[in-house]
Design a protein around this ligand. Structure first.
Ligand code: PLP
Length: 398
C-alpha cells in the first residue's frame, strides 16, 4: 500500500468537482430526454444545454449564439482549423501557427499541408514566447488563419494573445486560439482580445472528459464539422451529450467564480516548488517564463537524468507527474516544445512537469521536496553520463 497519493498532473486532466457531478447526474437518469424532442423531458434537456451555453459564453465575454459544443478540445481545434481553412479557400491557403502548439493543432496543420495548404510554424524564444512581430511579418495576402495557443500545456507560457489578436484584426485574418489550458486559469475576453475562434475542454477545469466547446465569433466563416442532423445550428450534427454539457457549464462557472482565490493558492505552491527545487538540487533548469506562466505549472529539466525513470520513481512514492505531454510519454522522442525553446535532446529527455490543482496543499509540496532530491541523486548515481566530483562539480563523460 502506498502511504499517500499526490496528484501533480492537472494539465493532463483534473478530477470532476463534486458539484459538477451532482449537476450532471439527473441527466443520466430521470432527465434523459433528447434535446431535439418536443415533449417535456426533451425540452428540459434543451433548456439545460442552453443554460450551459450561457455560462460558457459568460466566461469568455461572448454571446451564447457564438458557442458550439464539441466532443473534446481536440475536436474544437480540428474544427476551427480545418473549418476556417476549407471555408476560406478562395481567399488563400496559408496558415500561421507556432512550433509549440498541442498536437491537436500541429497534426491538423500537417494534415492540411498534405491537402495543399501552406503552414508557417513560427519559432518561440527561450521562454516559449511567440513574438507578435513575427506574426505580423508572416502574414501574406493569402493567409486565412492564425492559430496560436493561449497558454502552453507543457511549460505554461502565456502568449501575448491580445497583441496577436490586434494584428490579426488589422490585417483581416482570422485568429484562433487553443485556450484549453487557459480557461479557468487566466482572464479571457474574446472581443477585447481580438479572438475569432477559441477552443476549450471540460476536463482541464474540473469538468467531465469528452466534452469541449468552440467559440466562433458571429460572422466568421467556417465549414460544418459533422454532417447529419440539425444540432448546433446545423454545424455540428449528432445528439448532444447533455450530462457532459451540463457538467461543462457548471465547471466553467465555478472555475471562473473562484479563479482569483485559486490562482493565489496555486502560485504559492508553484513558486515555492520552483524556488526550493532550484536551491536544493544541482544541475536543474526551469523551463518556461518565470512570470508569464500558468499559475499551477512547473517544468524542470534535470541534467543527466531520464525523465521516464524519474516518473516511475515518483510514482512508486505515490506522486503522479508527467515528463512533458502525456501523449508522447512512452515514446523516446523528446518533447517538441522543449526542443523549440532550445534544449538539447539529452536535457529535454530529463524533464519533469508538475501541475498543481485546487486540491493540492503545501503538505503536498513538503512531501515532493522530501522525496525528489533523493530520487534525482539516486538516478544520477546510476547514470553513465554523470560523475560527481568533490560534491558539486560534475563532468560529462564523452
Ligand atoms: C488537453 C489539451 C488539448 C486536448 O483536449 P482534449 O479535450 O483532451 O481533446 C488540446 N490543447 C491543449 C493545449 C491541451 O492541453
Amino acid at each position: 500500500m502506498r502511504e499517500r497519493f499526490v496528484y501533480l498532473d492537472h494539465a493532463s486532466t483534473t478530477p470532476v468537482r463534486p458539484e459538477v457531478l451532482e449537476a450532471m447526474l439527473p441527466y443520466f437518469t430521470q432527465k434523459y430526454g433528447n434535446a431535439s424532442s418536443l415533449y417535456s423531458i426533451g425540452r428540459e434537456s434543451k433548456k439545460a444545454m442552453e443554460e450551459a451555453r450561457i455560462k460558457v459564453a459568460a466566461a469568455l465575454g461572448a454571446q451564447p449564439g457564438e458557442i458550439y459544443f464539441t466532443g473534446s478540445g481536440t475536436e474544437a481545434d480540428n474544427w476551427a482549423i480545418k473549418g476556417a481553412a476549407y471555408a476560406n479557400r478562395k481567399k488563400g491557403k496559408h496558415i500561421i501557427t507556432s512550433a509549440i502548439e498541442h498536437h491537436a493543432v500541429l497534426h491538423t496543420c500537417q494534415y492540411l499541408e498534405r491537402e495543399g495548404f501552406e503552414v508557417t510554424y513560427l519559432p518561440v524564444n527561450e521562454k516559449g514566447l511567440v513574438s507578435p512581430d513575427d506574426v505580423r511579418a508572416a502574414i501574406r495576402d493569402d493567409t486565412v488563419l492564425i492559430s496560436i495557443m493561449f497558454a502552453n500545456n507543457e511549460i505554461g507560457t502565456i502568449q501575448p494573445i491580445a497583441e496577436i489578436g490586434k494584428i490579426a484584426g488589422e490585417k483581416g485574418v482570422y485568429f484562433h486560439t487553443d485556450a484549453v489550458q487557459a480557461v479557468g486559469n487566466v482572464e479571457i475576453n474574446v472581443s477585447g482580445m481580438g479572438i475569432d475562434l477559441l477552443s476549450l475542454s471540460g476536463h482541464k477545469f474540473y469538468g467531465p472528459k469528452g466534452v469541449g466547446a468552440l467559440y466562433v465569433r458571429k460572422g466568421v466563416k467556417i465549414t460544418s464539422f459533422m454532417h447529419g442532423g440539425g444540432q448546433e445550428r446545423g454545424r455540428r450534427a449528432s445528439t448532444e451529450n447533455i450530462p457532459a454539457i451540463v457538467g461543462l457549464g457548471k465547471a466553467i462557472e465555478l472555475a471562473t467564480l473562484d479563479m482569483e482565490e485559486r490562482n493565489q493558492k496555486l502560485i504559492a505552491l508553484r513558486d515555492r516548488t520552483i524556488n526550493e527545487v532550484l536551491k536544493r538540487i544541482p544541475h536543474v533548469r526551469l523551463n518556461g517564463d518565470r512570470q508569464r506562466r500558468l499559475p499551477g505549472n512547473v517544468n524542470f529539466s534535470f541534467e543527466y537524468i531520464e525523465g521516464e525513470s524519474l516518473l516511475l520513481m515518483l510514482d512508486m512514492k505515490g506522486i503522479a507527474a508527467s515528463s512533458g505531454s502525456a501523449c508522447t510519454s512512452g515514446s523516446l522522442d523528446p518533447s517538441h516544445v522543449l526542443l523549440a525553446i532550445g534544449l538539447p535532446h539529452e536535457v529535454a529527455h530529463g524533464s519533469l512537469r508538475l501541475t498543481f490543482g485546487e486540491e493540492n496543499t503545501q503538505e503536498d509540496v513538503d512531501y515532493l521536496l522530501e522525496v525528489l532530491p533523493g530520487i534525482v541523486e539516486r538516478l544520477r548515481a546510476m547514470s553513465p553520463l554523470y560523475e560527481e566530483k568533490e560534491g558539486s562539480q560534475c563532468t560529462v563523460k564523452k
